[in-house]
Write a protein that binds this ligand. Structure first.
Ligand code: SAM
Length: 272
């Protein structure tokens, strides 16, 4: 790719975090103006109570499915969210694990960490810590975590095997992986994959289901299940990407027929 992946991804998500922070300050929020498309969050998090989360956490939501739904979190567990963004999944998880549990969010982008920490403060939770770092070099000790969650982040990594082996390292024996990510369902022309917008918008760097499975096996995971839950046909791409001011540039200039049905939001589960 004609880019340094990490710096492009940081710039892209830093820009989104700044926009969300700014738009909430000037309180100009409405679906058609300066904020994110909240309706996408209400589809992804259908059935979850989002009303008790800070609205900036919901507006900065950039996930592709709801990992909290299948992470089966229990009171007292320690959870790590890889690529925590504005904190939506971390703050949701904090309610499930309660005051005897702990949720870490890990992100490399300063602006996202600032937004997440503000959201934590607004919600008044005490069992959450946002950490700065890379998912390919997790700043936590071996065997600390019961559950690794992540929402639409592994596809952004320039070294997915390293990221997943780091996830394995910090899990306790018997610990669970609950990742929502976008996967490739059919071949995608390589000239599309290398476009910076496609990569930053979570499409260019996606793995095929078989590739995901073999990396997870290679780093040691067992009981691997990968289930495509939302196929991105043209209508869904229109809804999630083109109608979303943050994500529209992901697919700008691309003939949608070429990627119709090529991607899907998936649930990825495994055990250490
Ligand atoms: C698509 S957003 C998803 C945010 C959040 N999980 C959500 O559901 O809203 C991707 C996030 O992952 C972070 N990220 C991407 N690559 C990363 C890496 N290699 N290490 C740490 N964070 C990363 C970005 O800074 C961004 O906040």
């Amino acid at each position: 790719m004609e880019l340094d992946v990490k710096s492009k991804v940081k710039g892209y998500y830093g820009g989104i975090a700044s926009k969300v922070a700014k738009s909430s300050k000037s309180s100009c929020c409405s679906k058609s103006s300066c904020c994110g498309d909240i309706s996408a969050s209400s589809i992804i998090y259908k059935g979850e109570n989002l009303n008790d989360l800070p609205k900036e956490a919901v507006e900065a939501s950039l996930g592709c499915a709801n990992p909290v739904l299948f992470a089966e979190l229990k009171e007292g567990e320690t959870v790590l969210d890889l690529g925590s963004g504005g904190g939506i999944n971390v703050l949701m998880a904090s309610k499930h694990v309660g005051s005897s549990g702990k949720v870490y969010g890990l992100d490399m982008t300063d602006e996202m960490l600032q937004l997440a920490n503000k959201n934590k403060e607004k919600m008044g939770v005490t069992n959450v810590d946002f950490l700065k770092g890379y998912i390919e070099d997790i700043p936590l000790k071996d065997g600390l975590v019961d559950v690794i969650m992540s929402n639409c982040v592994i596809n952004l990594s320039d070294d997915k095997e390293k990221a997943l082996s780091e996830a394995y390292r910090v899990l306790k024996p018997g610990g669970r992986l609950a990742i929502a990510d976008i996967v490739t369902m059919k071949p995608v022309p390589s000239e599309l994959r290398v476009k910076a917008g496609m990569w930053c918008g979570c499409l260019g760097g996606t793995l095929a289901v078989t590739e995901y499975q073999s990396i997870l096996e290679k780093v040691g995971f067992k009981n691997i299940q990968i289930e495509a839950v939302h196929i991105y046909d043209k209508a869904l791409i229109q809804k999630y990407f083109i109608n979303n001011e943050h994500l529209a540039k992901t697919v700008s200039g691309i003939d949608l027929d070429m990627i119709d049905g090529a991607f899907a939001g998936a649930y990825i589960k495994a055990v250490k």
